[in-house]
Design a protein around this ligand. Structure first.
Ligand code: RTP
Ligand code: MG
Length: 137
């Protein structure tokens, strides 16, 4: 079934000049970039985007990290793209994410409180529609 998902190239990915490689992997997999924008996030956007994590110990460091530089926001389309992009991204922790994934190939630990793990991808159809509405309104 054709789906849409929200992908973010997080500030570490943009700062390290990996945006092109990350988008190329999405396109090489066969997904379509439906919308694409370089955005400077605001605290308000991030508090909405990460509302499920409010109150967790990593929430504030996560918001600070996401405010540390521009992000690339994309709406990506394709059959089962929500699951497919999360598979391309790999596990949350880049040190142990499988080689062959974005996080496993391009990420590592940097001794920070928050996992700088290059990308975000929506985790369900409901999250995808909610998050697309936050970043592309
Ligand atoms: P995402 O939402 O960004 O696609 O990543 P995810 O599902 O793999 O991870 P999630 O559990 O939703 O956490 C959101 C983001 O918070 C940061 N995080 N840091 N203990 C930590 O250091 C920690 N735990 C989570 C990561 O940037 C993670 O992607
Ligand atoms: Mg998540």
């Amino acid at each position: 079934m054709t789906q849409r998902t929200l992908v973010l190239v997080k500030p570490d990915g943009v700062q390290r000049g990996l945006t092109g490689q990350i988008l190329a992997r999405i396109e090489a997999k066969g997904y379509t970039l439906a919308q694409l924008e370089l955005v400077t996030a605001t605290r308000e956007i991030l508090e909405r985007h990460y509302e499920e994590h409010q109150g967790k110990p990593f929430f504030e460091p996560l918001v600070e990290f996401m405010l540390s530089g521009p992000v690339v926001a994309a709406v990506v389309e394709g059959d089962r793209v929500i699951e497919g992009f999360r598979s391309l991204a790999g596990a949350t922790e880049p040190t142990t994410a499988a080689p062959g994934t974005i996080r496993g190939d391009l990420g590592r630990d940097w001794g920070e409180k928050v996992q700088k793990n290059l990308v975000h991808g929506s985790d369900s159809p409901e999250s995808a529609e909610r998050e697309i509405g936050i970043w592309f309104s």
